[in-house]
Design a protein around this ligand. Sequence first.
Ligand SMILES: [Zn+2]
Length: 256
Amino acid sequence: MTFTLRNKKRLLALAAAVIMITAAFGVLPASAGIDEVISDGAYQAPLAEEVKVTQPGEQAVKTGARVEMEYKVRPGDTLWRIAAGSGLTVLQLARANNLDNSDIILVGQTLIIPETTTTAAKTDKVPIGDWAWPVTGPITSSFGIRGDRPHEGIDIGAFTGDTVTAPEGGRVVWAAPRGTYGLTVIIDHGNGIRSLYAHCSKLLVHEGQQVNRREPIARVGNTGRSEGPHLHMEILRQGIPLDPLMFLKENLADKA
Ligand SMILES: [Zn+2]
């Protein structure tokens, strides 16, 4: 496979065009609440280093294997959107998938989302895209740049007291107030992947607890820096925020 200069230029032009369109039309809701992204300084560090180990013999997640996530292309996806949602450049994504004609991706095609932070030889493959929705509601703020700041997750509109459920099984590594995030739950799903739920009104789990898919973990609320009840959800891979919509089931009718 060759990756010609011409292709690179075309990719860069495409990425630039998307950025300009995004800037021009402001695809993110201007009315999005000011919340957690602004000044939670502690949050800048990777979660794996912040979250204390609670039980003897337990380590912060490091599998030692390289983890490749497998994402199935959905209608409306672009390589740029998938790269932006994965913390990758378009070139990194194209190279990982041997795409030499990278402006063509097909719905249903499986793309490897590579991990760039490890050199381990062994590779674990983790399919994504089938997680249950943690709460029922519309996306009121997307992942990405919001105004002039990054929004490192999605906001799901919901009512105070609505039950938040685990989208996948894992171990609770945080269930406590967390600065501007308010009452927060963080679940470690293994393979370096963690999910976070902020602004809750009540926590239903405790640190160290194992939870199953669709098990209640918290109630929606408005704690921390939040304008109105909603669920702020993040997914982090080795501390790098990814677009949760890439993990959740596409069909909203399948919501928990
Ligand atoms: Zn948010």
